[in-house]
Design a protein around this ligand. Sequence first.
Ligand code: ZN
Length: 470
Amino acid sequence: MAHPRPLLIRNARLLTMVDGVDETRGDVLVADGVIRAIGGRIDHADADIIDAADGILMPGFVDTHRHVWQTQLRSVAGDWSLFDYFVRMRMIYSAFYDAEDVWLGNHIGALEALNAGVTTMVDHCHIINSPDHADAALQGLIDAGGRGVFCYGLFGNPRGHDPLVMDTDPGWLVADARRLATSRAFSDQDRMLFGLAPAEAEAMPMADLLREVRLARDLGAHSISLHVAMGAYDQRHRVVQHLADAGQLGPDLLFVHGATLTAAEQAAMAEAGAGLSVTPETEMQMGMGHPLAFTARAAGVRTGLGIDIVSNYAGCMFRQMQMMLQSARARTNAAIEARGEAPRRITPTAREVLRLATLGGAEALHLEDRIGSIEAGKRADLILVRTDTLSMCPTIDAVAAIVLNAAAADVDMVMVDGRMIKRHGALVDVAWPDLAARLQASSTRITTAAGAVDPRPIEAMAAGVFANLI
Ligand SMILES: [Zn+2]
């Protein structure tokens, strides 16, 4: 429920993220979950006041790609390749998740995101080992209170706690996706939207992919999330081009990674309004190519950033912005240095990456009419970042400070739809010690079971899949 009375956030440093509008200072009025007014000084007799003089008020971050279920496997993937990830995460660890584990991973992962100011998140959910798993994953997100798209994954995971028993008949997944899409969970609110994640776009016949894209549209999916164009892993597949040739590109498609998309594919995506989620840390670690965000945006593609696997990366947008920005600058500078020159101006800018992480993500999801910037009429998904902390004081340039200095600990307030999720630096109504104990127990059980598995036969099985990819 939204805050019962109007809220007047007073005297904040404002990063509205409206294109062409620089940092200002002023007030924002919120009522009934909606931003009602923005101005230098607003007076409202009935409003509760939040003094934001020591903070930066900005739209919440939009994370366009995350596998939230992996929360209790943090730090297992520090040195993994994509092959390691496929064998160990997708085949071994996933086999030992029960529905309760999925709820814990998704719920606490969603809380982690909110705590760091991520107010909208796309969950590409490929841990659906049973209908109960699907319900638990969705409920975990809903219980945390954030906004998002729940993309039901059609990948057939191993069955019955046995990594060697692949689910070769995922027909039940199709029926279950239909059950969930039409359930009450999506009918009585617009904060959580239904999406679909086809089994694995780069490892399935095109006819199967087209069938799953048609299924998604039949189910009214808001987004269709697809991993594509991952460098040497799949450079001959050209999934986006095939979809374009089949006349199936559309605004509901959300392509992920995409580091090796061709110029023609980017042009086709821009034309069709398809979105792109760039996940800088994965692309760099796993050899998928250079993160494409600035290039794709320049080509007119609706582009946002994503965090991807929380079994490896921090669940915040701050670090992904830094990764994206500095990796792109390193490339730009290297090209200048290759000519024997020194860079005089540094590009891209901090402002450009902050746009990707907010309004850009909203555009990639076709939600820019509701979220992504502070404008009257948009939903009140707002965050306040303190400027008087050890890491933020003094804040001379608000954009640079958010991109390069801030961390989750500096996020003082988070609201979604006007509802207070975090206040005074702490999540509201979250019993963390109890949740932490349950998450630790879940993690111990799963990692112990997975640790007893001999990976060699699974690696041999996966080598066949990757031989197809390479
Ligand atoms: Zn992914």
